[in-house]
Design a protein around this ligand. Structure first.
Ligand code: SAH
Ligand code: SF4
Ligand code: F3S
Length: 447
């Protein structure tokens, strides 16, 4: 079997990053190996995201660029579009970009070998955007390419929550959880291949409720405790959580499981109960603050991150002020904020919209506050000792980089031999996007 080059372009969330790696695994038995560049590739997959505005336009302009590689190959190269735009707008993609060979959704990529065979044989394009009854995870081959020191592991897919603004329930399908045995086996394989940190992924990762080895069901807290037993695994994280699924047992795991890192991405979207209701979030601002208090009681050094939307239909100045107040109350180490973007087919898209200029103004104000909180958090780390998991060489000679427990990028001058290990450091400076540190050999690390 001849070797073929596969180039994958990934947009969107970490679940897409994981899916891209697994698409590579699915194609490995056909002789495909990863290629860092599109030039000379035998197949290109564009793995897309549909979450915010102009998603489809971005796809069509990228496809226009990729078409040149197909032409350069005399038409032999296979061009595939995967991910959430493919799921939502598959037919439109084939109509507007007839040079695309394969359109596939996030739940069908285990069938890629079959699709490639059909695309090579047949004259027309192949489209597979089903929500199949079988789980792709049961049909994918084991990981072919190791993910490195910090690895992603999808344990949960889909969303049943239907927030008014969001396309995910339509593009990813219903909530489903992988069985505990499959997750534990995949985690062990990742660690055997060199992973020292695993981030468990799901659109609603803390809604995971997986079949247990004894036939019952476990929640995420139990899964985390079992994963923590894996020899050689130094760090665990999970993302993204929904406040409604943050139960007492998961809060307790933050207290008891030392390898569960003290950093949590817990999106709240808005601080106004009226807007949270319009968003169909099914939690209030005070529900969220109560969860934050409980988490901080369990793990006092916990750093928090969140997502915010400004300018959701119906949002007034007063509602926006409530969001700023919530941010001041919580104090975030990091956060993402977005202007509301109407998504076709979602309930909020047909509500009365907030003017663009108003959204711009609110976004700027919120981002200034969040930036200030982030730099305050980073400054508060200067002089502290903490452990860093080193993941690779830095930009300058003699430098290596890694992540703090709070997910900050940290660089030190140190030997490459430290890569793949966790070592205590003292933070010496806070820079705009990273921390500088020196290694400590004697002192005890604080985390
Ligand atoms: N499942 C996660 C988030 C998935 S989408 C959760 O429930 O929190 C990631 C983020 O994109 C969301 O948290 C939200 O802040 C943002 N987002 C989703 N739809 C959006 C839209 N229509 N306009 C602007 N931001 C949006
Ligand atoms: Fe989207 Fe809401 Fe589901 Fe998150 S919980 S994926 S924001 S619908
Ligand atoms: Fe985007 Fe789909 Fe992820 S819409 S954010 S790639 S689930």
């Amino acid at each position: 079997m001849s070797t073929k080059l596969l180039h994958v372009i990934t947009w969107g969330c970490q679940m897409n990053v994981y899916d891209s790696a697994r698409m590579g695994d699915a194609l490995a038995p056909l002789g495909y190996v990863p290629a860092p560049k599109p030039e000379g590739a035998d197949m290109i997959i564009l793995n897309t995201c549909h979450i915010r505005e102009k998603a489809a336009e971005k796809v069509f302009s990228e496809l226009g660029r990729l078409r040149a590689y197909k032409e350069a190959s005399g038409g032999r190269m296979i061009l595939a579009v995967a991910g959430c735009v493919a799921q939502a707008e598959g037919a439109e993609i084939l109509a507007r970009a007839p040079y695309v060979d394969i359109v596939l959704g996030p739940q069908t990529y285990h069938r890629l070998p079959e699709m490639v065979a059909r695309a090579t044989r047949a004259a027309g394009a192949v489209i597979d955007t089903d929500f199949p009854p079988e789980s792709k995870f049961d049909y994918l081959p084991e990981q072919a390419t190791p993910q490195g020191i910090s690895a992603f592991l999808t344990i949960q897919e889909g969303c049943d929550k239907f927030c008014s603004f969001c396309v995910v329930p339509y593009t990813r399908g219903a909530e489903s959880s992988r069985p505990a045995r499959a997750v534990l086996a995949e985690a062990r394989r990742l660690v055997a291949a060199g992973a020292r940190e695993i981030t468990l992924l799901g659109q609603n990762v803390n809604a995971w409720r997986g079949e247990a080895p004894d036939g019952g069901f476990w929640g995420l807290a139990r899964l985390v405790r079992e994963l923590a037993e894996i020899q050689g695994l130094l760090r665990l994280r999970y993302t993204t959580s929904h406040p409604r699924d943050m139960d007492a047992s998961l809060v307790a795991a933050h207290k008891d499981v030392s390898i569960l890192m003290p950093y949590l991405h817990l999106p709240v979207q808005s601080g106004s109960d009226r807007i949270l209701r319009l968003m169909n979030r099914k939690h209030t601002a005070s529900d969220y603050l109560r969860i934050v208090t409980r988490l901080r009681e369990a793990r006092p050094d916990l750093a928090l991150s969140s997502d915010f939307i400004v300018g959701h239909p119906g949002e007034t100045d007063g509602d926006f002020a409530a969001t700023l107040e919530l941010v001041r109350h919580v104090g975030y180490a990091q956060a993402y904020s977005f202007k509301y973007s109407p998504r076709p087919g979602t309930p909020a898209a047909s509500m009365k919209q907030v003017p663009e200029t108003e959204k711009d103004r609110r976004l700027q104000e919120l981002q200034a506050l969040l930036r200030e909180q982030q730099s305050q958090f980073n400054r508060s780390c200067v002089g502290e000792s903490m452990s860093v998991l080193f993941t690779g060489p830095g930009r300058h000679p003699g430098q290596i980089v890694g992540r703090s427990p709070f997910l900050q990028a940290v660089h030190i001058s140190g030997p490459e031999g430290l890569i793949g290990t966790e070592a205590p450091v003292k933070i010496t400076a806070s820079l705009p996007n990273s921390l500088a540190a020196t290694p400590i050999t004697q002192e005890l690390a604080c985390t």
